[in-house]
Design a protein around this ligand. Structure first.
Ligand code: NDP
Length: 434
């Protein structure tokens, strides 16, 4: 904390991971001896830069851009890009730190990174978004490349923004290098299943975890926070596998639909029209809209899937979920549950799928996109989807066995942290003190 004053989210993530690793250090002093702890918590490189752009009224605007290149011991830096007004150094570092372990868990050769800007895409015109993305990339291009660092999307960054950034990178470099970014449109090197991957992967993880405990997704009631990339495809796959999604939210509030959320309406409102979720009730008047988005966790359900942002579930929300008989909580967003909430879920033996395991499907398919780009080919939907499912199952199994081996059977949170760490920590020792 002394080294990184005020970085609240980064401290939260680092404390969480290090406390899970205590049994590893007790059993294997080599990690301490080789300074792995000190090295892994210091980014290899952290870039901040000015992003100047001109709005539609001719006014100059300035935002702050970030890219953290946290760890490259098992592959080039890889991680998303977030455009949201709350973005700061602490948020980027927490996300980048988590990414190291998540990426290792996928079994793919990718290191940990993350980036973004404190830019608010809400209410901006298409041209403003384009000019911003071009300016952001003009500086970022100095630090990335298909074998160096490969950014992708996150909150506020989807295929449109990736397209604008890719166009600018291509123009600056004068060569066609699709492997520099993932989450691209399929017409220029994007992978099928990438838009769906985090949400679908989350549901594959939940399904595998439930089956392992004799429970079934089919017939379960599900509540999902958010209505963005992760939330939408999580809802879609959950419904496809027979679950009923009864509530979802955006930053303006949540909707409750006891008949089951109509996913095509949500897709149209949020993906095509960039609208607000409250208009759902104009089309489905039997549903209800509630302005206080945090209260979505008071809706009784079997499965809760936080898919919006960090720290959405605190101890109070966790207690309500537990009182209402929740069976499964799985994190689509990064760090949506705080430590107290996770402790409560564990004490109550709720099946808990931690973010770095449960939402790793997105980055896993990003790694498959990189593989396809370097081979200059594209795999069919079914092939990528099957690989995604296999990767999610492996992540689940590896987290279960690491938890067991280190004395916390059934605790997937501890298990995922340990399994991810061991791979990176061992690579760091073998590569020497760098
Ligand atoms: P999107 O921007 O597509 O969607 C985010 C959704 O969450 C929107 O519905 C948004 O509401 C809502 N939201 C965002 N911030 C807040 C907030 N502070 N309070 C309430 N609601 C909020 O982002 P993604 O779906 O891509 O990302 C969601 C989460 O999943 C993030 O934590 C991200 O890091 C994580 N994640 C994403 C991956 C990916 O592949 N995209 C991969 C792994 C993790 P509104 O529509 O009103 O803005």
């Amino acid at each position: 904390e002394e080294r990184n004053p005020g970085e609240i989210e980064f401290h939260q993530a680092a404390k969480h991971i290090f406390s899970a690793l205590i049994p590893v250090f007790a059993k294997n002093p080599k990690y301490i001896k080789n300074g792995v702890l000190e090295r892994i918590s210091e980014p290899e490189r952290f870039i901040t830069f000015r992003v100047p752009w001109v709005d539609d009224n001719g006014n100059v605007q300035v935002n702050r851009g970030f890219r953290v290149q946290f760890n490259s011991s098992i592959g080039p830096y890889k991680g998303g890009t977030r455009f949201h007004p709350t973005v700061n150094a602490s948020i980027i570092k927490f996300l980048g730190f988590e990414q190291i372990f998540k990426n290792a868990l996928t079994g793919q050769p990718i290191g940990g990174g993350k980036g973004g800007a404190d830019f608010n895409p809400k209410g901006k015109s298409n041209n403003e978004i384009m000019r911003f993305c071009q300016s952001y990339m003009t500086e970022l291009a100095n630090y990335i490349g298909p074998n160096v660092d490969i950014p992708a999307g996150d909150i506020g960054v989807g295929a449109r923004e990736i397209g604008f950034m890719f166009g600018q990178y291509k123009r600056m470099r004068g060569t066609y290098e699709p492997g520099v970014l993932t989450g691209k449109d399929v017409r220029f090197g994007g992978s099928l299943v990438r838009p769906e991957a985090t949400g679908y992967g989350l549901i594959y993880f939940v399904d595998d975890m439930m089956q392992d405990h004799g429970l079934h997704l089919k017939g379960s009631k599900v509540v999902v926070s958010g209505a963005g990339n992760v939330a939408i495809y999580a809802m879609e796959k959950a419904m496809e596998l027979g679950a009923k999604v009864i509530a979802c939210s955006d930053s303006t509030g949540y909707i409750y639909d006891e008949k089951g959320i109509h996913i095509e309406t949500i897709k149209r409102l949020k993906l095509d029209e960039d609208g607000v979720i409250s208009t759902y009730i104009d089309i489905h008047p039997h549903a209800s809209f509630h302005q206080n988005g945090e209260e979505i966790w008071t809706v009784p359900c079997d499965i809760a899937l936080p898919c919006a942002t960090q720290n959405e579930i605190d101890a109070d929300a966790a207690r309500v979920l537990i009182k209402n008989g929740i069976k499964v909580v799985a994190e689509g967003a990064n760090m949506p549950s705080n430590q107290e909430a996770i402790d409560l879920f564990n004490e109550s033996h709720i099946l808990f799928g931690p973010a770095k395991a449960a939402n790793a499907g997105g980055v896993a398919v990003s790694a498959l996109e990189m593989a396809q780009n370097s081979m200059k080919l594209s795999w069919p939907f079914e092939k990528v989807d099957a690989k995604l499912h296999e990767i999610m199952l492996n992540i689940y199994r590896n987290s279960v066995s690491a938890a067991e081996e280190y004395g916390h059977p059934g605790n997937l949170d501890v298990g995922a942290n340990i399994a991810g760490f061991l791979k990176v920590g061992d690579a760091m020792i073998r590569e020497g003190v760098v």
